[in-house]
Design a protein around this ligand. Structure first.
Ligand code: FRU
Length: 703
């Protein structure tokens, strides 16, 4: 008996793998190559024009992107004897079983084949393990062919490390049943392969979440933890988790179904967390969406990936505030209807006169419009001040090739307007009108505008009884003009107010007294190592003023920022000459700085950690690090600066120009130091106010 057991266990111990090809040499050796996609020898990683290729072993791999996606060709191996039941290999690139394949050929016939993972634009150049079962052909002589006959998007294939083995490698569908309440705590490893994770209610089979996530492999340490809010369910019992994982990877075992979890530990106390700029509690954020004042609170919705540090899984995150700074996080307002049907950008209004009929008990509804990437422009309404939203049953209300609906009330025609990006025939903004937010009529288009339009009404600075309209694109370029409810007529060329890390800005609807408050996405302001990424810019008040070439916009931080001031240090009549002068110590927190200095020739300015600002009076430029803004050559320079972890905003004079700029969020304490460069520098006024944070997480920390 014992000897049989020993024999069995010997038989089950896998024999060593047999390497067929690792593509580490300078050429393909005894393989024959034809066409031009594969080159004369293996590639050394990523080829020109290709996204980053990852996941191959060693330095070389087969990569048929040589000459781009359109190049074709074939690699054929010499004959090999099948000495193990499984042929394992790393594979990446396009998904096209007919034209992009690794094939095993026996006596001229294909007996097994595999293709790459990517079938649509986007995707990833990561190679992953795959396996072909050759157990019926043991001892036979076969050839391996790597074929690229595909042109166009994802018209290439990547292969590495072909091995005969006793054990198959590759992804299998892993499942786990887990008791969970409202939350699932998920470990994320930035850079790990993206997995599609499905969460189903075990009792009803209903899909509760379906996401792309860089799920932390079982044997690795997470970069951070996040959570899925499963909301209210019929049963608070078991959920079923499902993901395709490497055969050996037990990553699902790490997921927790507890009420609190490591994802909310030290929430908002992170050392790199901005104090007065809005960031997502965790995950990625981009465009501000649905900015609306409901009469009591401001609502900030935002493009949100709750499950990763990078863009993806688009939801509408949500926060509310009585003053634009003290934000309380709310549950996700919109979640994808189905995997791939993401909730892209849009806007919100208060339907004061209940034109939609969605009001309840005399209370007007909030209505939002957003792009469902699967359906088109959709509307939804809320009767509980924006916390929960009901989709209109006849969605989509506009179907076209575009996105980012911007709703605004046009009083003279008593109609709602939707300004929306359309790319059917070039890049344009389309205007649609509606009496009730449900039925929309196309009115006109204006060309040369790109995504996330904003359409805002201002009093005409020349005659405040009249109105002017501003049409704003995602890139921050705007037109001032007339809008009659059908057509926008510009009154001058495009202008720019904002520079730097600033994109897809939006203004609040329903503000009293013609007030216009704008928030932008601080695009590219990153927080490496943190559980969150990107931020919003500080809310600013926009005014339309008369300029030398016609009306133009000005921006200054909203007055409410004063509510975050804890202490202020004021300095007067400072002079620096012949060298730098440190004047004010700065903490690692956030500050509001007001400074005016006389620039009387030469270069003068000041420095704070991560930021050098200098006026070059010869060039008539204000440099903020490397960004140069045009300013007068002589005279006083007045700046208002909001410094925070990760960024700074610089406002010139009365707000004629504004700049958002990224700073390293890990900077230490420092000083505000005057730098007279070659001349004497005279500071007329300087004040430095310490700003305090004001964020309220919705869900509690781990006890
Ligand atoms: C702009 C944008 C929008 C789109 C959204 C998706 O940054 O590309 O056009 O709706 O982001 O997150």
């Amino acid at each position: 008996m014992t000897s049989i057991l020993i024999l069995l266990s010997i038989c089950q111990t896998p024999r060593p793998d047999i390497l067929v090809a690792d593509f580490e040499a300078a050429d393909y050796g005894s393989w024959t190559v034809s066409g031009n996609a594969f080159g004369k020898g293996p590639a050394r990683g990523t080829l020109p024009g290709q996204m980053q290729v990852e996941g191959f072993l060693g330095k070389g791999l087969v990569n048929s992107f040589l000459g781009g996606d359109d190049a074709t060709g074939k690699l054929v191996s010499p004959l090999f004897k099948v000495e193990r039941p499984h042929l394992n290999f790393l594979i990446g690139g396009g998904n096209n079983p007919e034209k992009l394949a690794l094939r095993v050929i026996l006596d001229g016939k294909v007996i097994a084949s595999a293709t790459g993972p990517n079938s649509q634009s986007g995707g990833s150049e990561r190679l992953s393990w795959n396996s072909l079962d050759l157990s019926n052909h043991l001892g036979k002589e076969v050839r391996i062919e790597i074929v690229d006959e595909a042109k166009g998007g994802w018209g290439h294939i990547n292969i590495d490390q072909i091995t005969f083995s006793d054990k198959p490698r590759g992804e299998v569908t892993a499942q786990r049943i887990l008791a969970a309440g409202r939350f699932l705590h998920l470990p994320v490893k930035t850079g790990a392969p993206v997995r599609r994770l499905k969460v189903l209610d075990q009792a009803t089979g209903k899909t509760l979440a379906d996401m792309d996530i860089e799920l932390c492999p079982e044997k690795e340490t997470p970069s951070f933890w996040t959570f899925a809010d499963l909301g209210k369910r019929q049963s608070q019992g078991d959920v079923r988790l499902e993901a395709r994982l490497d055969r050996e990877d037990k990553a699902l075992e790490k997921i927790l179904g507890t009420e609190t979890g490591p994802g909310r530990k030290d929430w908002f106390a992170e050392s790199v967390r901005p104090l007065v700029h809005f960031t997502a509690p965790r995950g990625w954020l981009n465009d501000p969406n649905g900015l609306v004042f409901d009469g009591i609170n401001y609502h900030l919705f935002y493009q949100h990936n709750p499950y990763g540090w990078n863009w993806g899984n688009m939801h509408w995150g949500h926060a509310t505030s009585p003053d634009l700074f003290k934000w309380t996080d709310q549950p996700e307002a919109l979640s994808p209807k189905a995997y791939g049907d993401w909730a892209f950008s849009g806007s919100a209004v208060l339907d004061r006169n209940n034109t939609s009929g969605w009001g309840k008990e005399g209370k007007p509804p909030l209505v939002l419009a957003y792009t469902s990437t699967g359906r088109g422009e959709c509307v939804a309404y809320s009767n509980d001040s924006g916390i929960t939203w009901t989709e209109y049953e006849r969605n989509p209300v506009v179907k076209h090739n575009g996105r980012d609906p911007r709703l605004v009330w046009h009083a003279p025609t008593k109609k709602w307007i939707m300004a929306v990006y359309d790319e059917t025939k070039g890049q344009a903004i389309h205007f649609h009108s509606s009496p009730d937010l449900k039925h929309w009529t196309f009115e006109s288009e204006i060309k040369n505008f790109y995504e996330c339009p904003d359409l805002v009404r201002f009093p005409d600075p020349a005659d405040p009884q009249k109105e002017l309209w501003v049409l704003y694109g995602a890139d921050g370029l705007y037109l001032v003009g007339d809008f009659d409810g059908k057509k926008f007529t510009p009154k001058g060329p495009k202008q720019r107010l904002w520079h730097g890390n600033f994109y897809a800005a939006q203004t609040f609807t329903n503000l009293p007294n013609n007030r216009v408050v704008q928030i932008g996405w601080g695009q590219g302001i990153t927080f490496p190592g943190a559980a969150f990424n990107q931020q919003m810019t500080i809310p600013v008040e926009l005014t339309l003023v008369s300029g030398p070439t016609g009306p133009r916009l000005q921006a200054l931080p909203v007055e409410e920022i004063k509510g975050q001031v804890r202490t202020t240090n004021t300095f007067r009549n400072l002079r620096a000459q012949g060298g730098d002068l440190s004047v004010a110590p700065l903490s690692t927190g956030a500050q509001l700085i007001d400074i005016t200095w006389k620039s009387t020739g030469g270069v003068s300015g000041f420095r704070v950690p991560g930021l050098e600002i200098k006026h070059d009076s010869r060039a008539g430029k204000l440099f903020v690090n490397k960004t140069g803004l045009d300013v007068p050559k002589e005279g006083e320079i007045t700046l208002k600066i909001v410094l925070d972890r990760g960024s700074a905003e610089v406002f010139l004079g009365k707000g004629e120009q504004a700049l958002s700029i990224a700073r390293d969020p890990r900077l230490g304490e420092g000083n505000l130091t005057l730098i007279p460069f070659d001349r004497m520098m005279e500071v007329v006024g300087l004040s430095v106010s310490e700003l305090v944070p004001a964020r309220k997480p919705l869900f509690k920390d781990t006890p």
